[in-house]
Design a binder for this molecule. Structure first.
Ligand code: GTP
Ligand code: MG
Length: 338
């Protein structure tokens, strides 16, 4: 299981101080204590937000502080409370104290919330300290500091987007070109023997997990090759990117390759062949690819969107990833409607 993690610092706002003040009344030197209380500091709140899928944004921003409470004022006025801050995290995020390892929160589903650092209480003003024997107290309290700590966030990543295709199509090369994952890449089939997962970051707040699985071959659904063992990983994804070697090396035909893989998916689980899919027409840097691309487009008509890419030169790869993210958003939105 691939786990995304991040270490961040959170601090609640400090409480405002209470103050010493006295009512100003004519002929009364100390017209009764009237020092207001300090306002409470704001909390740092985490909220699960389903539009987030990974923790990558926390690698760029690691400090989150809520606002402090204002000090009290005369006339028994309480200082304004500091604002809370709400930090969005992806559903499934587990929050631990970095020092003790204690679990602070497990934000499972959209909308789940937890306070991860409380604001300090405001101090009391001198109005609270008057007594029968001391009608003009000069005592007041300072606000308490906000809670602060380092947290470790952990998220078990389920791959949102899966790369399918025959061995050698360039799936691992593609994964390596868009993420920090460093899968083994080589010029022979079945290089990949374990699924590899990488995080693709497009913009702030927009990222997804991409899984590269061993290549599928004809008969995969009956256990041929390696890919069948990993089809269940593909089953958990929401969107597929079908990678095709467009160069037609070694007498291969990309159009036939496409149907081979689709049939294997269909035979394994008909759901899979209907999963929202886009096509990465890969190895477009090779000269033979251009003619094959035209043929593929004709063969597919408008049933699948085809993106011409080269995982090696990275040409077209960015557009492909944006298309995958858009499709993922559409699928997630339609699942919410249900
Ligand atoms: N010219 C060219 N070669 C590519 C491109 N993408 C991948 N290759 C090459 O194709 C070969 C196979 O690439 P991999 O990424 O290992 O292929 P794979 O689909 O992961 O293969 P398996 O793990 O065996 O299923 C390697 O020699 C890559 O360098 C590309 O866009 N252009
Ligand atoms: Mg591979």
């Amino acid at each position: 299981m691939f786990v995304d993690s991040a270490k961040i610092f959170v601090k609640g706002g400090d409480g405002g101080n209470g103050i010493v003040a006295f009512q100003r009344e004519k002929y009364v030197p100390f017209g009764g204590p009237s020092g207001g209380d300090g306002g409470n500091g704001g909390d740092v709140v985490f909220r699960a937000d389903e539009s987030l899928r990974t923790l990558v944004d926390f690698k760029h921003r690691a400090h989150f502080k809520a606002y402090r409470g204002m000090h009290g004022q005369g006339d028994n006025k309480t200082g304004k409370s500091g604002k809370h801050i709400v930090v969005s995290v992806p559903p499934g995020t587990l929050v631990k104290d970095a020092d003790s390892g204690e679990i602070i929160a497990d934000l499972v589903k959209h909308g789940d919330e937890a306070v991860v650092a409380r604001g300090g209480r405001g101090g009391r003003g001198n109005q609270h300290f008057a007594s029968a024997t001391n009608k003009a107290p000069r005592r007041c309290e300072d606000g308490q500091p906000g809670e602060e700590r380092w947290l470790v966030l952990e998220l078990k990543l389920l791959a949102d987007v899966g790369l399918t295709g025959l061995p050698n199509a360039g799936k691992s090369t593609l994964l390596a070109s868009v993420s920090a994952a460093r899968p083994k890449i080589a010029d022979y089939p079945f290089t990949t023997i374990q699924p590899n997962l990488g995080v693709v970051k497009l913009d702030t707040g927009r990222s997804f997990a991409l899984v590269d699985i061993p290549g599928l071959i004809e008969g995969a659904h009956e256990g041929k090759g390696l890919g069948h063992r990993f089809l269940r990983h593909v089953e958990r994804t929401k969107v597929l990117v079908h990678v095709l070697d467009m160069s037609g090396q070694e007498g291969r035909d990309p159009v036939a390759d496409f149907h081979t893989v689709q049939q294997e998916l269909e035979a394994y689980n008909p759901e899979l062949s209907r999963r929202p899919t886009i096509i990465a027409a890969n190895k477009m840097d090779l000269p033979e690819s251009e003619d094959n691309l035209e043929r593929l487009k004709v063969a597919l008509g408008d049933t699948f969107k085809v993106y011409a890419v080269s995982a090696v030169t990275r040409k077209g790869v960015k557009e492909l990833m944006y298309a995958a993210a858009d499709l993922l958003d559409q699928v997630s939105a339609s699942q919410l409607d249900k």
